[in-house]
Structure formats: structure tokens, C-alpha cells
Ligand binder design. Structure first.
Ligand code: PEP
Length: 249
């Protein structure tokens, strides 16, 4: 039985004041979350604040991306060790917004994954197809290519210390959610791909669904056999909604 995990991706949202009230409300509501691990990924600049408010709670935190470099002349970048300085547990790699808006290639995503893992962070590897790729029947090929970029460079065992998030790009921030059956099909496909190389890793790895998960659809998505929780954007900014989603895990 895999542990359910719900991660909030705040994207470029928040302020010192709004973070404080959101996190205090989450802390207060955590006693209602029985089955899920919970984490939030704020903008880097708020990691100190988040780590102070959440220390000694069951809620973890992490970055939304990281540099594939260790240190040096890389203006604007943040390294794995910097995330660890603030006791981050997780880091998202290969989010579709990073892939599309910041031209992150499969290879770069694999390098970031490797850097995160080598430092002791748990990478949350995002994969998912564009609408036109789904319509062209390319979903499985796209997801396999994105997964293979990591597996071929890091080996299948690397996935056992990671989380995978299936996020169909057409569902992210659009209010269009994949149906539970659509999501389950792709999650099962991902698990089969991994099982073809290592059954134990396939059984163990958490595969989250992301893409317009809301308080009113989380339970039916998370009830599917191969969906082990969610990566939540917009709804993670509202304490009540996020807690309802966490309760569904
Ligand atoms: C995301 O940012 O990973 C995401 C799934 O966003 P949303 O929940 O807003 O669709």
C-alpha cells in the first residue's frame, strides 16, 4: 500500500502576509488529514518563512525547480544545497511551465533530477502531454519519452527515491480535469513502463495526478488504483480547499 501524498505548488503566488495566514490555517487543519503526507512548494524567497512556520509540523516543503549546477556564476539560479539549507524535502522538476516557458529539455530535466537526488532531495518529476499530442494519440509516447530521459541516464532504481507527477498540460490551470479513467490509464501505463524494468520500484513509486484538482473532484481521482495523491496548483492557495483535497488522499 503506497502512502498518499498531496503537494501544493504555489507557483509565483504569495506574500509574507498571505503565506502566514495560509500556513497557520493549514497547520490548524492538519488534524483532519488522516491518510496523506502533505507538502508545499512556495517561491524560493519564502522558503525561510515557510520553514520557520512549518518546523515541527507534519507538513513538508520544497522548491519548484532547482539548478543543474552546484554553484558559481549562474545569475538567478538556486542550487540543491540552498534548498537543503532551508530543510526542503522535495523539489519539483520538469513542471510543464518550466518545460514550455523556460525551454527545459528532457535532458536538462534529467540533469536537475540527478542533482536533486544526489543532494538528498526527493525530486517530483512532472510528465504530461499537450492537448494536440493527446488528440494525435501521442500521450503514451510523450510520457514514455519524458520518463526514459531520466531512467536512461539515472537507472530505474533512481525512481524509487522519487515521486512522479502525471500532469496533462491541457488540464493545468484550465479548470479541465482529466477524468478519473483518463488519468488512471496514464498512471497505469507509467507504472507498467517502470515494472517492465523493476517490479519493486513500480510498486513503490508514488504517482501523483496534477491538473485542476479541486476540492470537489479530488476524492474520485485519488480513489483510482494507480493515483497516489496530487500535485495541486491553484487550489493549494486556499486553505480550506487544499485541506479538503488532502483529506481525500
Ligand atoms: C500545477 O501547477 O502543477 C497544477 C496542477 O496546477 P492547477 O492545479 O492549478 O491546474
Amino acid at each position: 500500500m503506497r502512502q498518499s501524498l498531496v503537494v501544493g505548488n504555489w507557483k509565483m503566488n504569495g506574500s509574507i502576509q498571505s503565506n502566514q495566514s495560509l500556513l497557520e490555517a493549514l497547520k490548524a487543519g492538519m488534524s483532519t488529514v488522516k491518510n496523506s503526507e502533505v507538502a508545499v512548494c512556495p517561491p524560493f524567497i519564502y522558503l525561510q518563512q515557510v520553514s520557520e512556520i512549518l518546523k515541527d509540523t507534519a507538513i513538508g516543503w520544497g522548491g519548484q525547480t532547482l539548478s543543474e549546477q552546484d554553484s558559481g556564476a549562474f545569475t538567478g539560479e538556486v542550487s540543491a544545497n540552498m534548498l537543503l539549507d532551508f530543510h526542503s524535502k522535495y523539489v519539483i522538476v520538469g513542471h510543464s511551465e518550466r518545460r514550455s516557458l523556460y525551454a527545459e529539455s528532457d535532458q536538462l530535466v534529467a540533469e536537475k533530477f540527478a542533482k536533486a537526488q544526489a543532494a538528498g532531495l526527493i525530486p517530483i518529476l512532472c510528465v504530461g502531454e499537450l492537448l494536440e499530442q493527446r488528440e494525435a494519440g501521442e500521450t503514451e509516447n510523450v510520457v514514455k519519452r519524458q520518463l526514459d530521459a531520466v531512467v536512461n541516464s539515472q537507472g530505474i532504481a533512481a525512481l524509487s527515491n522519487s515521486v512522479i507527477a502525471y500532469e496533462p498540460v491541457w488540464a493545468i490551470g484550465t479548470g479541465k480535469t482529466a477524468s478519473p479513467a483518463q488519468a488512471q490509464d496514464v498512471h497505469a501505463f507509467i507504472r507498467q513502463q517502470i515494472a517492465a524494468q523493476d517490479v519493486n520500484v513500480a510498486e513503490k513509486v508514488q504517482i501523483l495526478y496534477g491538473g485542476s484538482v479541486k476540492a470537489n473532484n479530488a476524492a474520485e481521482l485519488f480513489a483510482m488504483q494507480d493515483i497516489d495523491g496530487g500535485l495541486i496548483g491553484g487550489a493549494s492557495l486556499q486553505a480550506e480547499d487544499f485541506l479538503t483535497i488532502c483529506q481525500a488522499g
